[in-house]
Design a binder for this molecule. Structure first.
Ligand code: GAR
Length: 204
């Protein structure tokens, strides 16, 4: 148990992806251990999910008048205290500066509900659906990528899945399929990373 890769999951809201990670660790599909769940939002459902799973649920909120870089340095301090091998941004909706990212090279993994280069930022699912309604696309997708720098939902791609937008889709139905695709892709991609880490050890 102690030798499994250590994951810190960071999320701002609902936490269905955090939940997928927690469950996959528990049932052995993901050879890793969630050592903490961190949220920037007090009362975020993801913190209750962590609590219910018996995991440290940590709120690190930005203080009034605190700069982004000071906040990120404080966040880095909290996260590094859990000695993570990987940090998973699973619905973390705050842009991270190098004050955070600089501490964790090749360790930060982000999930985004769009394919590389498409719909960075918020409301990616809604924006893809609106384009489909306008006849501009028939699919979108999900990606998992590394976060080397401050690029928004951008960085070396680890995995993608395409999700079809059906002619008679509702936004709710499309969204549900996107989330199901996310839960699966995030878990399998993390399982690949962690399996490689277990067989090769930490990078030099
Ligand atoms: C997910 O769709 C995730 O891809 C998205 O936030 C949602 C969180 O859902 N992230 C982004 O848009 C990042 N730019 P969850 O809280 O139920 O896991």
């Amino acid at each position: 148990m102690e030798s499994l890769p250590r994951l810190v999951v960071m999320a701002s809201g609902n936490g269905s992806n955090a939940q997928a990670i927690i469950e996959a660790c528990a049932d052995g599909r993901l050879p890793a251990r969630v050592v903490a769940v961190v949220s920037d939002r007090l009362g975020a459902p993801v913190l209750e999910r962590a609590d219910r799973a018996g995991l440290p649920a940590v709120h690190v909120g930005k203080r009034a008048h605190e700069s982004r870089s000071d906040y990120d340095a404080r966040l880095a301090d909290v996260v590094s205290g859990f000695d993570p091998d990987f940090i998973v941004l699973a619905g973390w909706m705050r842009l991270l500066t190098m004050s955070f990212l600089g501490w964790f090279p090749s360790m930060v993994v982000n999930l985004h509900p769009a394919l590389p280069g498409e719909f960075p930022g918020t409301h990616a699912i809604e924006r893809a659906f609106a384009e489909a309604e306008a006849g501009l696309r028939t699919s979108s997708g999900v990606m998992v990528h590394l976060v080397p720098d401050e690029g928004v939902d951008d960085g070396p791609v680890l995995a993608t899945t395409e999700v079809t937008i059906l002619a008679d889709d509702t936004l709710a139905a499309f969204e549900a399929r996107m989330h199901a695709a996310e839960h699966q892709l995030l878990v399998t991609t993390l399982a690949d990373l962690c399996t490689r880490r277990l067989s090769h050890g930490a990078p030099a």
